[in-house]
Design a protein around this ligand. Structure first.
Ligand SMILES: Nc1ncnc2c1ncn2[C@@H]1O[C@H](COP(=O)(O)OP(=O)(O)O)[C@@H](O)[C@H]1O
Ligand SMILES: [Mg+2]
Length: 246
């Protein structure tokens, strides 16, 4: 199992690897088991990639995983994963990984499925890891603010009830990048990670960085740390000295 007890503090919950060793280092060993973690960022920063890396870390140990995709089709997700050498197709064949695509255009059916069928189906499958990509599209299914809130709370509760560790992605508000577009995901999550582009105008160089905005029961770093896409996925440099900004 990739979840291992953190010996540094008796009160600290067991940790589940995010799949990114530098990020695990920023989080005292990984995500607290059973928590709902929100990954926030503008389009293209690598939220889906991080979600797939989290899935592949579980697949290595045969952990049952459910991936609810409101955006990309399963084939596209498997294609993105294979770029980094993660052969998730095998886990799908074995039945340990379920990639479920929900069409956000068909809001009525999607809502019915999420509210009436999903809770029993998900409990029966018994995943150890869940991904919801993205809750921005999930919440767009609801007709108004009250429904949006209720839908997100229902989803988060369903995930927690399984005991799985959950990664939810959300689009950042372009005008206030530390906040999600609908401002709701933060309230249902136990932890929030922000992925964001950085710029060094003097060096004419653009980069990417990750910051932990919140992680319950974790003495996490508060600095922003750079990351890049390597041949095996996202690599976070947890040792880099804070380079200012945001
Ligand atoms: N093999 C790769 N090598 C380098 N960068 C990549 C690779 N695959 C994807 N990317 C980067 O990841 C971005 C897409 O990541 P994705 O996880 O889909 O973002 P998001 O879900 O945040 O919109 C691309 O815009 C590209 O910059
Ligand atoms: Mg995405």
């Amino acid at each position: 199992m990739s979840a291992s007890a953190d010996l540094s503090s008796a009160a600290s919950p067991p940790r589940v690897s995010s799949g990114v060793s530098g990020l695990d280092e920023m989080l005292q060993g990984g995500f607290p088991q059973g928590h709902v973690v929100l990954v926030l960022g503008t389009p293209g920063v690598g939220k889906t990639c991080l979600a797939l890396q989290f899935v592949s870390a579980g697949a290595l140990h045969g952990e049952k995983t459910l991936y609810l995709s409101f955006e990309e089709e399963p084939e596209a997700l498997l294609g993105s994963a294979s770029q980094f050498g993660w052969s998730l197709g095998e886990a799908v064949k074995k039945g340990t990984l379920k990639l479920v695509r929900i069409d956000p255009q068909d809001a009525n059916n999607a809502l019915k499925r999420i509210r009436s069928q999903f809770p029993a189906e998900v409990q029966a499958f018994g995943p150890r890891r869940i991904v919801v990509d993205s809750i921005s599209l999930l919440s767009s299914l609801a007709p108004d603010e009250v429904e949006r809130r209720s839908l997100l709370f229902t989803m988060a509760r369903m995930c927690r009830q399984t005991g799985a560790t959950t990664l939810m992605t959300a689009e950042a508000n372009p005008l206030a990048p530390e906040v999600s577009r609908d401002g709701l995901g933060e309230y249902v999550a136990d932890g929030v990670l922000l992925l964001f582009p950085t710029e060094d105008p003097q060096a004419h160089r653009a980069g990417l960085a990750v910051k932990v905005l919140k992680m319950r029961r974790t003495a996490h770093t508060r600095t922003r740390q750079p990351y890049r896409f390597g041949p095996r996925g996202i690599e976070v440099d947890a040792k880099a000295v804070d380079f200012g900004g945001l």
